[in-house]
Design a protein. Structure first.
Length: 278
C-alpha cells in the first residue's frame, strides 16, 4: 500500500507574475481551494496519509494552510462561515505533513531526490505536481487508478495523455509498446523534443508512482537541458534496466501552470458547483 505522496512545490511560478511574486503558485485558488489542496485530496482518495512537500523560499503560505489558525478559528466560531473550514480541518486531522527545501531550482529530478529523506528509501511513493489539476467525475481519481495499476505490476508508473503533435515540444514524451488497454511498456523518454522528432504524442503529466530504486538512478543521472536534473532522464535509464509503465489515465487534466489552463479549470469547477446547487 502506498502511503506517502511527494509534492515538489519549490518553483517560482513565473508564468503567473506578478501574482506569484509573494504567493506560491500552489496556493492560487481554483474557486475557494488552493491548487495544492486539490492534489492532497486526490492523494488521500488514493490511500495516502503522509504528505511530503518540497518547498523553497517564499513558500510559507503552504505550511500555514495545512495548519490550524487559532485566531481565525476563534473569530468565526459559531458563525455560518465555520462550515467553510470543514474540508481543510479533516485533511489536517487525517494527514501528517512533512517538509524540506529545495534551495536551488535544479529540476524535478533534483526536487524528488531532495524528498528521499521525507518519503524514505524502502517503500514506493507517489508524486503529484499540484499545477496539474486532474479530475475524473465518473470514477476513481488519477492517482487511485495508478496505485491500483502499481499493485498489479510493482514498478515505476508515469501518467500520460495524448496531445496534439504540434504541442509535444512542451512535454516529456514516451516511446513504448502497448501491453494492455491504456498501459504502455516504456522503452524511451524524451524531454521536450522537437515536434518532428518526438517518438509519439503520449505526453507525461504530473503524476508518478516511483520505487525507492529511483533515488540511486537520479544520483547517477547527469543534468540535461538548462542544467536541470530531469526525472524523465532518470526514468528512461530505469526503463532500460528494469520496467517503467506509462498509463493513459481516465479523466481530465488542467495545466494550471498556464493562465489559459487555470481559467479553464476555474470555469469547469464553477460550472460543476452551479450544477450541484440546482
Amino acid at each position: 500500500m502506498i502511503k506517502k505522496c511527494l509534492f515538489p512545490a519549490a518553483g517560482y511560478g513565473t508564468r503567473f507574475l506578478p501574482a506569484t511574486k509573494a504567493m506560491p503558485k500552489e496556493m492560487l485558488p481554483v474557486l475557494t481551494k488552493p491548487l495544492i489542496q486539490y492534489g492532497v485530496e486526490e492523494a488521500i482518495a488514493g490511500g495516502c496519509d503522509v504528505m511530503s512537500i518540497i518547498t523553497g523560499r517564499g513558500k510559507r503560505a503552504i505550511t500555514d494552510h495545512f495548519d490550524i489558525s487559532y485566531e481565525l478559528e476563534h473569530q468565526i466560531k459559531g458563525s455560518s462561515k465555520e462550515d467553510m473550514l470543514k474540508d481543510i480541518r479533516k485533511i489536517i486531522e487525517k494527514c501528517t505533513f512533512t517538509y524540506t527545501r529545495q534551495n536551488e531550482m535544479k529540476g524535478l529530478g533534483d526536487a524528488i531526490y531532495k524528498g528521499r529523506m521525507l518519503v524514505g528509501e524502502t517503500d514506493p511513493f507517489a508524486v503529484i505536481l499540484a499545477d496539474d489539476l486532474c479530475v475524473n467525475p465518473k470514477g476513481d481519481g488519477v492517482l487511485t487508478q495508478m496505485i491500483k495499476l502499481y499493485e498489479k505490476y510493482k514498478c515505476c508508473i508515469v501518467a500520460c495523455m495524448e496531445v496534439p503533435k504540434e504541442d509535444v515540444h512542451k512535454y516529456g514524451v514516451i516511446e513504448g509498446s502497448k501491453i494492455e488497454d491504456g498501459v504502455f511498456m516504456v522503452s524511451n523518454m524524451v524531454e521536450k523534443p522537437d515536434n518532428d522528432k518526438a517518438p509519439s504524442n503520449l505526453a507525461v503529466i504530473g503524476r508518478y508512482i516511483l520505487t525507492p530504486s529511483i533515488f540511486e538512478v537520479i544520483s547517477k543521472t547527469k543534468p540535461g537541458k538548462n542544467g536541470e536534473l530531469q526525472i524523465t532522464d532518470a526514468l528512461c535509464t530505469q526503463a532500460k534496466s528494469g520496467m517503467v509503465l506509462a498509463y493513459k489515465f481516465k479523466g481530465k487534466r488542467f495545466d494550471c501552470g498556464s493562465v489559459d489552463g487555470f481559467v479553464e479549470a476555474t470555469n469547469y469547477f464553477y460550472d460543476l458547483e452551479k450544477k450541484a446547487k440546482k
